[in-house]
Write a protein that binds this ligand. Structure first.
Ligand code: ARG
Length: 269
């Protein structure tokens, strides 16, 4: 597994584009750096290769590389950020992808699309039309971007409407674990969304409000390892019963911008 991360050198909260962000509650820069490094080292300790994109002054949310695009094979689908505050990041992710040998692809039309933050792959779920991706829309990505992704990649895209502005990207409230199980926060979906998820997964593990606010669904899963911000003992027990090892990394300073472990990485393969 190979991922892309961005050092938090210019990370701060200078604007408010989601309900977690408050310009008067700035993250502690030194602590954020320590937390980011701990996350980075947890990944490398698990044998995950971490590539880095140079941070850019004035683009504080660039640390959340999950929104930089969506990678499939050699293709890097570029994002179109909804908020002006993040739009400047796109050119840097594009340049990085080109330099790194990816074929960059721009979606046609002007549909907002925030990359892997809103699109989760289920490589283990097969359908007659190939791999399945679950994609969220409403607060950031637009549903019209989903069709294009489906056509471009030749995959089935299951679209789900997000229903709570606190959980504005799909990866803040939903985390596939394996072919049978996924974590999700029920408060982030409407009844139809929950039905769609339950059609895909035999076992949907509902996390509580406290775990949701601790961004426990914003986890990185690699085989039996789950890397996440600290969660409740009950959730850890549930994961353990399913055979997963949890690796907790305190990411309080990033939650101040509405992101955590999974938002801080972009999967490159
Ligand atoms: N402050 C960032 C934003 O609002 C956080 C992004 C979190 N990323 C994610 N994949 N959930 O865009």
């Amino acid at each position: 597994m190979r991922v892309l991360m961005c050092r938090p050198d210019y990370y701060t909260v200078d604007y408010e584009i989601n309900p977690w962000m408050h310009v008067r509650e700035k993250p502690d820069q030194a602590l954020a750096t320590v937390q980011w490094q701990a996350l980075h080292d947890t990944f490398t300790g698990l044998g995950i290769d971490v590539e880095l994109i140079e941070p850019v002054k004035g683009l504080p949310d660039m640390v959340f590389t999950a929104n930089g695009g969506l990678v499939s094979g050699n293709r890097f689908i570029l994002s179109l950020f909804r908020h002006e505050e993040r739009q400047g990041e796109a050119a840097y992710f594009e340049a990085w992808a080109n330099r790194s040998g990816f074929e960059t692809v721009r979606l046609s039309g002007d549909f907002f699309f925030e990359g892997e933050g809103d699109v989760l792959r289920l490589p283990f779920v097969t359908s007659s039309v190939g791999e399945t991706l679950v994609a969220g829309y409403r607060y950031r990505s637009e549903i019209r971007s989903h069709n294009q992704i489906s056509e471009l990649l030749g995959v089935r895209v299951v679209s789900i409407e997000l229903a709570s502005e606190h959980f504005y990207h799909l990866d803040t409230c939903f985390c596939p674990l394996n072919e049978k199980a996924a974590l999700y926060y029920p408060g982030a979906f409407d009844d139809y969304g929950k039905k769609v998820l339950s059609n895909i997964f035999e076992s949907l593990i509902a996390i509580g409000e406290q775990d949701a606010k601790s961004f426990c669904a914003n986890a990185v899963v690699r085989g039996k390892d789950v890397v996440m911000n600290p969660c409740s003992a009950a959730l850890k027990e549930q994961l353990k019963a399913l055979g997963f090892n949890t690796h907790e990394v305190e990411l309080s300073e990033f939650i101040k911008a509405g992101g955590s472990a999974k938002c801080l990485v972009l999967k490159l393969d």
